[in-house]
Write a protein that binds this ligand. Structure first.
Ligand code: SAM
Length: 478
């Protein structure tokens, strides 16, 4: 139908194709035979080399999303969980956002950083403040950050972002270096992406906000972000600049969710076809109440049940892509989302600039309300109590297993022999260095049980030895 490779992202993620997809999904949503077929096709297949998943096209996955028959929704959840178990196991990667600056020249109507907001306190961290924030995050036990900033070439130029990354990587504090800095900054040039790559970033994250060009232009009326094509093609420039882990996302609630879902999957198809590797992660943020934003203005907010179904359908469609949920969501919603394929969560987050060094959660520079306000220790304990291994692992990144090299690890089902032991070792580090006594108790018990699941005997033995060594302050990974 399309020559995917020859089209730019903006051309490929075509309005008419999205509308046709929605119509096709509507026409097939009670075609249960077809839905069964799709679910069967999406299930993990055991092969001699490991496990494979075929995923679904944007059209096929949109049929699942449109189906509102409870029996089939339940089946979707089951298949999503099967896929998550097959490729990621029960590990959940933890991270925290670090807000560097809320100076912004854009006019995004849903974001309190918009340039016309005159009463939000504007703040940009100095390098000393970056250091203090990072030490506060390290003292909680974090190893992986996502840095966030508004778009302002005068106050937050690329040089400032690079300086902050450099500062973060150079802090060696007690037990805890930050080992991976992911970056969520505005769309930029190939040259700047190259500089970010050279600075050693992990994933470059950029939310599309909406794939509906008309709405996009209305929601971003002023500033550089107004340019839909420039924003939509950012990931291609990032990949051209050498960044091979990119993170997609839409801000659910701005436009109709079926539209966004099809657009998001088409974007993933575009990256896979053109660059040979799909998105490393997909984030699923929902628009939240924020300062100077009219909460009534976004009438496309989606209910929790639909939100969960979206996550399950993403998991089914792009089985090898990590999926991220932030503290925008409550404990209850996060619990449900974990059952349908989420692989990364933030914990102990503050969305204000300089928030981690304050005793009380500050609101004056905050980007949006945080629903899950638990501490990292509480989130870690909760994850284990709900059957998940909290992982602080960054070994792939340090060993250069990014882009398609990470994907091949995932596709050959080797996560259980590599990521699983690494997760247990980094969890041990966390328990030794930071956990409360109650969390330690739950954690050590879980580690014992999880070690037994490692299939290769030599790997299991080495992991057990490493864990013992870590308990005695000797740090290792695979
Ligand atoms: N300035 C960069 C950009 O424009 O992409 C960095 C992103 S901003 C700090 C991070 C993300 O927060 C945005 O991409 C947007 O999706 C999200 N965001 C903005 N306002 C929000 C709100 N009211 N509720 C939830 N998320 C919001």
């Amino acid at each position: 139908m399309y020559n995917v490779k020859s089209l730019k992202a903006e051309e490929f993620i075509d309005n008419q194709e999205i509308l046709d997809t929605i119509e096709y999904a509507e026409a097939n949503k009670y075609n249960f035979e077809f839905i069964e077929e799709l679910l069967e096709k999406a299930r993990p297949l055991k092969t001699a080399e490991g496990c494979v998943c075929r995923g679904l096209t944007h059209r096929e996955a949109s049929v699942l999303l449109a189906c509102d028959e409870p029996k089939y929704i339940e089946k979707m959840y089951q298949v999503a969980q099967e896929i998550k178990d097959a490729f990621y196991g029960n590990r959940i990667v933890l991270f925290a956002p670090l807000y560097l600056s809320n100076y912004c020249i854009n006019g995004c109507v849903y974001c309190p950083y918009h340039a016309k907001n005159k009463h939000i306190a504007r703040k940009k961290l100095t390098q000393e403040e970056v250091k203090a924030e990072v030490i506060a995050l390290q003292d909680m036990g974090h190893k992986r950050l996502a840095i966030e900033a508004g778009e302002d070439p005068v106050n937050n130029p690329i040089e400032y972002i690079l300086e902050c990354i450099n500062t973060i990587y150079s802090i060696h504090h007690k037990n805890g270096d930050i080992r991976r800095v992911n970056v969520n900054i505005a769309a930029t040039t190939v040259e700047n992406y190259r500089k970010l790559k050279e600075a050693g970033i992990g994933t470059y994250i950029l939310f599309q906000e909406t794939y509906n060009k008309k709405s996009y232009e209305e929601l971003h009326p002023t500033g550089p972000k107004h340019d839909y094509a420039y924003h939509t093609e950012a990931m291609d420039r990032a990949m051209e600049g050498g960044i091979d882990d990119v993170g997609l996302g839409v801000l659910f609630g701005l436009e109709s969710y079926r539209y966004e879902f099809a657009g998001l999957l088409m974007h993933a198809e575009h990256l896979e076809a053109v660059h040979g590797v799909g998105p490393h992660t997909i984030s699923v943020p929902r628009v939240k109440h924020a300062d100077d934003i009219d909460p009534e203005a976004f009438d496309n907010s989606i209910p929790d049940e639909i939100f969960t179904k979206i996550a399950a359908c993403i998991r089914i469609a792009v089985p090898y892509t990590g999926m991220i949920i932030s503290t925008r969501e409550s404990e209850e919603v996060r619990r449900k989302m974990l059952q349908v394929g989420i692989s990364q969560v933030s914990g102990g987050s503050r969305t204000s600039v300089g928030g981690y060094t304050q005793e009380e959660r500050p609101h004056d520079t905050e980007q949006f309300d945080v629903s899950d306000q638990r501490t990292l220790d509480e989130v870690v304990k909760w994850l284990m109590e709900t059957g998940h291994i909290p992982s602080f692992c960054t070994a792939c990144y340090r060993a250069g297993r990014t882009g398609d090299r990470f994907m091949s690890l995932c596709k050959t089902g080797q996560i259980i022999n590599c990521c699983h032991p690494n997760a247990l070792m980094t969890l041990t580090e966390y328990l030794v260095d930071y956990a409360s006594d109650e969390t330690k108790e739950v954690g050590y018990k879980m580690i014992e049980e999880e070690l037994r699941k490692i299939p290769k005997e030599n790997v299991r033995k080495t992991a057990a030895e490493n864990i013992e060594a870590i308990k005695h302050s000797d740090r290792r990974d695979f």
